[in-house]
Design a protein around this ligand. Structure first.
Ligand code: FEO
Length: 170
């Protein structure tokens, strides 16, 4: 049975993950409006992955006898100066999400909730991967500067991102 403090924090995390999905979908819409179709595809796949994150926490709350209480999802940003600013915003967002996961794990450890701490380990590894992936794209864009040919090639590369598969339930 989940302690109320953990249940509330996990419900907040479900909201944060759905907000991430909404933010990445907003980023996809920005890319598609600017004909960066590959970047847009990458952002759509990321939005899907964030929904899987939300549902992993959702399923865990139910599996442990808790109550999921969905919260309002705030409007995401809708405009960025250019593709470099877009991926910088994505990287900043992933760092913010990593901080949230770290705080959640600290809470689970304080509450001696080992099952929740164990579930959160998956997210700890996932955030390392997410930050590294976005940082690599951001780094490439920084090197490219105003070289539109190079940016076009990167756009084509990101169009190949595979559809994510849902993570296993705990
Ligand atoms: Fe679910 Fe990208 O954090």
């Amino acid at each position: 049975m989940l302690k109320e403090s953990i249940q509330n924090a996990l419900n907040d995390q479900i909201q944060a993950e759905f907000h991430s999905a909404y933010l990445y979908l907003s980023m996809a819409a920005w890319c598609e409006a600017k004909n960066f179709d590959g970047f847009g595809h990458w952002m759509r796949m990321q939005a899907q992955e964030e929904m899987f994150h939300a549902m992993k926490v959702y399923d865990y709350v139910h599996m442990t006898g808790g109550q999921v209480v969905l919260q309002a999802v705030q409007q995401p940003d809708v405009d960025w100066a250019d593709s470099l600013a877009l991926f910088k915003a994505s990287f900043d967002h992933e760092q913010y999400m990593t901080g949230r996961i770290n705080d959640l794990l600290s809470l689970a450890m304080e509450e001696r909730d080992h099952a929740t701490a164990n579930m959160l380990q998956w997210f700890i590894s996932e955030q390392v991967e997410e930050e590294a992936t976005v940082d690599a794209i951001y780094g490439k864009l920084e090197m490219m500067g105003d070289n539109m040919h190079a940016i076009y090639m990167l756009d084509r590369e990101l169009a190949a991102r595979a559809t994510p598969t849902p993570p296993a339930a705990e």
